[in-house]
Design a protein around this ligand. Structure first.
Ligand code: S3P
Length: 430
């Protein structure tokens, strides 16, 4: 599907972004390992978390969906999973395959995990190495680099592991395997990444100590508690409208009930430093996470900024839309230390550099980031999504300020995380 975006006069109104993708995956997985019936409200009904539901069903977990689209997971405990009778297809979802590998590493049966054309080229050595150190038999295609991956787990030992990259998926994979180990596991992260796994496991009774960037997890002595959760809305999905409201003139947008976990909101911190008109209102707590409303107004005086180091994991998924904002900011925006963006759903550094250049932006590409010189006038043209949901949405936001019309090729990939993205854009666009 191609999507044509016209230049917007303003973005105005109130929206509720979709539920958090990271927490949706985790809620289904953790409920599957707990004992008893867990109830999940405000689940993200998008392709990626649906891959997780199907995967857990393949492992024998009973999952019901109510008429109001709530999920009831009938968890039977850590040791209740069954050998799947087929290969598990994780679709496009890195979170599904990597977290599930950690769970599978704890099982004495055989699990084979694969995915779509993008997922089958995403790096898996980052989980295969630590899970092997814990004692799992795990191999992957092309010298353990890529899926399909084959896991025969069980009899795990705890490890102390210095993580080479700050990745919440790798961290979570190891923490899940650690639930099945005979002694504790300690992880040392180079930078803090999103901490939903730590928060959620603690809430269901797992003993976890966190000291700066070091996490120690102890294998549970009793069953994990079942739970009820109402998932907060996704900051990363909200970020497209935050960016849009900043750069489209005459805009005023209120974005409701967004997860404000500070391991996720680096984009907000950076935008404020760039001079954006953003207010955070009505902060409360939901599902063990801070949530609030975000009110954004047009921000005509944005200034370029340098983003690197510790900040990168806190805005890892917002890189594509940050590039768009940078094209409208005075001076240079430099993003470094972000090499991992080359192995996301697409090579996001290459994708944003090539597509924004087509629209007339001035960018220099580095191996680990970009430099963008602004402000510049964008010109509508045909741009390619690389079948990557966040590239499609970021380019759509660029289309709102581009002269004429911008055509996003293969825009249907927004279904991975944000199926009603274009409906909300239409509601806001004046
Ligand atoms: C995620 C972690 C991040 C992020 C991805 C979701 C998660 O990936 O980019 O969209 O749910 O744990 P990495 O851990 O590979 O950085």
């Amino acid at each position: 599907m191609d999507r044509v975006i016209k230049k917007a006069k303003a973005l105005k109104g109130e929206i509720t972004p979709p539920p958090d993708k990271s927490i949706s995956h985790r809620a289904v997985m953790f409920a599957s390992l707990a004992k008893g019936d867990s109830r999940i409200k405000n689940f993200l009904w998008a392709k990626d978390p649906i891959s997780t539901i199907n995967a857990m069903k393949s492992l024998g977990v009973e999952i019901d969906i109510t008429d109001s689209k709530e999920i009831i997971v009938h968890g039977k405990g850590l040791y209740s999973l069954k050998e799947p009778d087929n290969v598990i297809d994780c679709g496009n979802s890195g979170t599904t395959i990597r977290l599930l590998s950690g769970i599978a590493a704890g099982q004495r049966f055989l699990t084979v995990l694969t995915g779509d054309d993008s997922l089958r080229y995403r790096p898996m050595k980052r989980i295969i190495s630590p899970l092997s150190l814990m004692g799992a038999n795990i191999i992957g295609r092309d010298e353990n680099r890529f899926p399909p991956i084959v896991i025969k787990g069980g009899f795990l030992r705890g490890i102390t592991y210095e993580m080479p990259i700050a990745s919440a998926q790798v961290k979570s994979s190891i923490l899940l395997a650690a639930l099945y180990a005979k002694d504790e596991t300690t992880l040392i992260q180079p930078h803090k990444s999103r901490d939903h796994t730590e928060r959620m496991l603690k809430n269901i009774g797992v003993h976890i100590n966190i000291n700066g960037n070091t996490i120690t997890i102890y294998p549970p002595k009793s069953d994990l508690n079942c739970f009820e959760i109402t998932i907060p809305n996704d900051f990363s999905s909200a970020s497209f409208f935050i960016a849009g409201a900043c750069i489209v003139p005459n805009s005023e947008v209120l974005i409701k009930n967004v997860n404000l976990n500070n391991t996720r909101t680096g984009f907000l911190e950076i935008l404020k430093k760039m001079g954006a008109n953003i207010e955070v209102l009505n902060i409360t707590e939901q599902a063990g996470e801070p949530v609030g409303d975000i009110f954004v107004k047009s921000s005509p005086k944005l200034k370029g900024i340098t983003v690197q180091g510790d900040m990168i994991p806190k805005l890892i998924d917002e890189f594509p839309v940050l590039c768009v904002v940078a094209t409208q900011s005075e001076g240079k925006t430099i993003i470094r230390d972000a090499k991992d963006l080359r192995v996301k759903e697409s090579d996001r550094i290459k994708a944003m550099t090539s597509e924004l250049r087509k629209m007339g932006a001035t960018l220099e590409e580095f191996e680990d980031g970009v430099e963008i010189e602004g402000p510049c006038t964008l010109i509508g043209t045909e741009v390619y999504s690389y079948q990557d949901h966040r590239i499609a949405m970021a380019l759509s936001i660029a289309g709102l300020i581009a002269e004429g019309e911008t055509t996003i090729k293969n825009a249907e990939c927004v279904d991975i995380s944000f199926p009603n993205f274009y409906d909300l854009l239409e509601i806001l666009q004046k």
